[in-house]
Design a protein around this ligand. Structure first.
Ligand code: PDD
Length: 278
């Protein structure tokens, strides 16, 4: 693979970042994952806007313009011949001797790489997945897409060991979101529910794109929190992310959702999303 590392395109074994990079020592950095389908970046304007927002919230300067970043993403896609998968981008605060307080004038470290991955017609998308319900272990600024992901690493590991496909996180009896996705349920009267954006969840780009599609197709979409019980007794459930697109959820903890198969509205949203992705 050819990767992008702090200003250069190099083979992955020649990419080096300093031991003193604050991303490595403090998790002091942010990232984005954009889907690539048929060689094309999906919803990338939304991902770049969120990248800029995450950096601004941490007072890390934008390491390059949107145009430069998109060019580097395109170069990675072309040079690696990527047709389906993801492009990962990461910017950290930069390199400095270890101290919680950071000096002024650090130069952010920007890196990027591609990952070839089947996104379309996966078994998860065709058959749906079971998700574990786990108390949300994360910090209080989940709206920032930081590389500080140990909570998610641990809950996903445990859920996998228990035979689940993924995790939905809970707090005070409500679902916050998926461990790396936005969570949705469909009510008996065909309303699509997902939690409103706040510091409690990451504002999903796929969510934003799907919300627009619901408007366009006249589907009822409600941005509000829902409880664990509402989720367990929902007519349908699904999750979205750049790397899993629209994935049906057919079991939540021990509760089978609907008849245990992906629901009709979920199917419809999958097809609208793929159609919009071209
Ligand atoms: N994760 N919520 C969390 C906590 C996430 O980590 C993600 C994405 C999402 C969905 O966001 P989007 O639709 O913009 O991908 C929601 C990415 C895919 C990851 O960490 O690999």
């Amino acid at each position: 693979r050819i990767v992008y590392c702090a200003g250069k395109f190099v083979p992955e074994d020649q990419a080096h970042v300093s031991l003193f990079d604050r991303g490595f020592l403090f998790g002091d950095g942010v990232y984005e994952v954009t889907a690539v389908i048929r060689g094309k970046l999906i919803d990338n304007d939304l991902h770049l806007a969120r990248f800029r927002r995450s950096l601004a919230e941490l007072a890390i300067p934008m390491p390059a313009t949107f145009e430069e970043i998109e060019n580097l993403q395109q170069t990675l896609i072309t040079r690696n011949g990527l047709t389906e998968g993801t492009v990962y981008l990461q910017a950290t605060r930069g390199e400095a001797d270890r101290d919680f307080l950071y000096p002024d004038g650090l130069k952010p470290t920007l890196v990027g790489f591609t990952q070839a991955k089947k996104l379309l017609g996966t078994r998860a998308q065709e058959e749906g997945i079971a998700v574990a319900l786990v108390p949300d272990p994360r910090w209080a600024r989940r709206d920032i897409k930081t590389v500080m992901l140990l909570g998610q690493v641990l809950v996903k590991r445990d859920a996998r060991a228990a035979g689940f496909g993924d995790v939905w996180l809970t707090q005070e009896g409500q679902i916050t979101e998926g461990a790396s996705s936005t969570a949705y349920i469909v009510t008996d009267d065909n309303r699509i529910l997902t939690r409103g954006n706040s510091r409690m969840i990451l504002p999903g780009c796929t969510r934003q794109a799907l919300l627009r599609l619901c408007d366009r197709h006249g589907l009822t979409f409600e941005e509000r929190s829902f409880t664990q019980t509402e989720a367990e007794t929902a007519a349908e459930a699904f999750q979205t992310s750049a790397s899993s697109l629209v994935t049906p959820v057919v079991r939540i903890g021990d509760a089978v959702i609907g008849d245990g198969k992906p629901g009709p509205l979920t199917r419809l949203l999958q097809s609208y999303y793929l159609e919009a992705a071209g």
